[in-house]
Design a protein around this ligand. Structure first.
Ligand SMILES: Cc1cc2nc3c(=O)[nH]c(=O)nc-3n(C[C@H](O)[C@H](O)[C@H](O)COP(=O)(O)OP(=O)(O)OC[C@H]3O[C@@H](n4cnc5c(N)ncnc54)[C@H](O)[C@@H]3O)c2cc1C
Length: 414
């Protein structure tokens, strides 16, 4: 009987374990996670959990009895500290050891720490774990003045949960969510948040967290302004959790490097989810490697690795990336990756709060960003994953809709 050990009991790790059983794997499955809680989903942390619309039980990835019922040995509150690739053993912080035949690294990412003066003050907080969300939710109820550092998904979702507060959001780049969406979507969300009272300052960073008696009282900016704050959310992006892989001598470069089958530089070791950097030839110009932080990517990579382990096969990972974010009742959905895009075309009406931006690279549709148009998102996923080609000329034709294109109306197959 072989043993598969999965390091990291988050979105990807739990899915690897579940999919191994679904695929009929009969070996031993051990899932090791360093967080004390039963494995949980992170997306609700910045949405339903902050708003009090979901309980901690409701965001568990699987019901309590699932692991035992499926023969999955779940070790929570246990950190893997060392991987020996020659002996195929690993060491746990609690002193135990485990042998493995297949090892899957699903160690996720950690929030980027800005290292500014005052970072350690009470009330300066990240939002990554359930523990972070608990503290933020508690402190949010008493806070009146909030400063958010970072205008990415997490900063903006947090802003959405700060109704009736005095909120300032500092973003170092010249637009919101700049790494993830096109200009029209950035501008739309800047307008929507501003209309609901969030003061957005672009091209401005934080330089210092100022405090009194150990608690934050203000944030100083790169322009010298001092914004009073009872609570500061730092949403400055994430870094892949790669320490274990590095110490094990695996190739690492802003992520654990994997090949197109998701194997690391050691073919017995896979890496999946936020920690993995994989070849993006199907999704990017110039075939660069990519690292994605999304539930879809974690789940699809997990399923792909489980299938290979269970069937003893070697196969390429090619799933279409897609993402979502919910901000103040505005549902943003993104299908595909738009890096290196050359043209955009807007369907619908941003002023009416429902539109899609179609993103083209070399005249070919590569990404669709939809705001409150779930039908467009569903159609875009069907088009982009089928390999069908939609051109700028197709969408400029009168009567063009993504739904019709997904049915094969105006497109050709590659
Ligand atoms: C607040 C928030 C909101 C989000 N919202 C969305 C959203 O709306 N849509 C979306 O698609 N994505 C969203 N994401 C991203 C999504 O949650 C991640 O992409 C996903 O969780 C990645 O899964 P993972 O398994 O790779 O990492 P994780 O789920 O982070 O799990 C990794 C686990 O490994 C553990 N670990 C690390 N090292 C070790 C070790 N040595 N030993 C044992 N355990 C270890 C970590 O503690 C962690 O529990 C959000 C993320 C956050 C933080």
């Amino acid at each position: 009987m072989t043993t598969t050990v999965i390091v990291g009991a988050g979105q990807a790790g739990v899915q690897v374990a579940a999919s191994l059983r679904q695929e009929g794997y009969r070996g031993r499955v051990v899932l090791v996670g360093d967080e004390a809680e039963q494995p949980y989903e992170r997306p609700p942390l910045s949405k339903a959990i902050l708003l009090g619309a979901a309980t901690e039980e409701q965001i568990r990835l699987r019901a309590d009895g699932f692991y035992a019922a499926n023969g999955i040995e779940l070790l929570t509150g246990e950190r893997v500290t060392h991987v020996d690739r020659v002996q195929r053993r690993l060491r746990l912080a609690g002193g135990g050891e485990l042998g493995w035949d297949h090892l899957v690294l699903a160690t996720g990412a950690r929030p980027r720490v800005l290292g500014l003066p005052g970072t350690g003050l009470a009330g300066v907080l990240p939002l990554h774990s359930l523990g972070d969300a608990r503290v933020l939710r508690e402190q949010l109820s008493d806070a009146r003045r909030i400063v958010i550092v970072g205008g990415g998904f997490i900063g903006l979702e947090f802003a959405s949960a700060c109704a009736d507060k005095d909120v300032v959001l500092l973003e170092a780049a010249d637009r919101l969510m700049g790494r993830a969406v096109t200009q029209p979507v950035s501008a739309f969300f800047a307008g929507a948040h501003a209309a609901r009272g969030v003061r957005i300052e672009l091209s401005i960073g934080a330089t210092e967290f100022v405090g009194s008696s150990g608690r934050v009282t203000a944030v100083r900016t790169t322009r010298g302004a001092l914004h009073p704050a009872d609570l500061v959310l730092v949403g400055a992006g994430s870094l892949p959790e790669t320490q274990l892989a590095e110490r094990a001598g695996l190739a690492v470069r802003d992520g654990v490097l994997v090949d197109s089958t998701l194997r690391t530089s050691d073919p017995q070791v896979f890496a999946v989810g936020d920690c993995a950097r994989f070849p993006g030839a199907h999704h990017t110009a110039g075939g660069t490697t990519i690292r994605l932080e999304s539930v879809q990517n974690a789940m699809d990579q997990a399923r792909h690795v489980a299938r290979q382990i269970a069937a003893g096969e070697v196969s390429e990972f090619r799933a279409l990336p897609w993402f979502w974010s919910d901000q103040k009742g505005l549902g943003l959905r993104i299908a595909g990756l738009g890096q290196g895009h050359t043209q955009t075309h807007v369907l619908g009406d941003p002023d009416a709060g429902a539109f899609s931006v179609l993103v083209f690279r070399e005249e070919r549709l590569v990404t669709v960003e939809s705001v409150n148009r779930p039908g467009d998102h569903a159609a875009a996923r069907r088009i982009l994953s089928s390999g069908a080609i939609v051109t700028l000329r197709d969408v400029a034709a009168s009567g063009f809709t993504l739904k019709a294109a997904a049915r094969g109306g105006t497109v050709s197959t590659a």
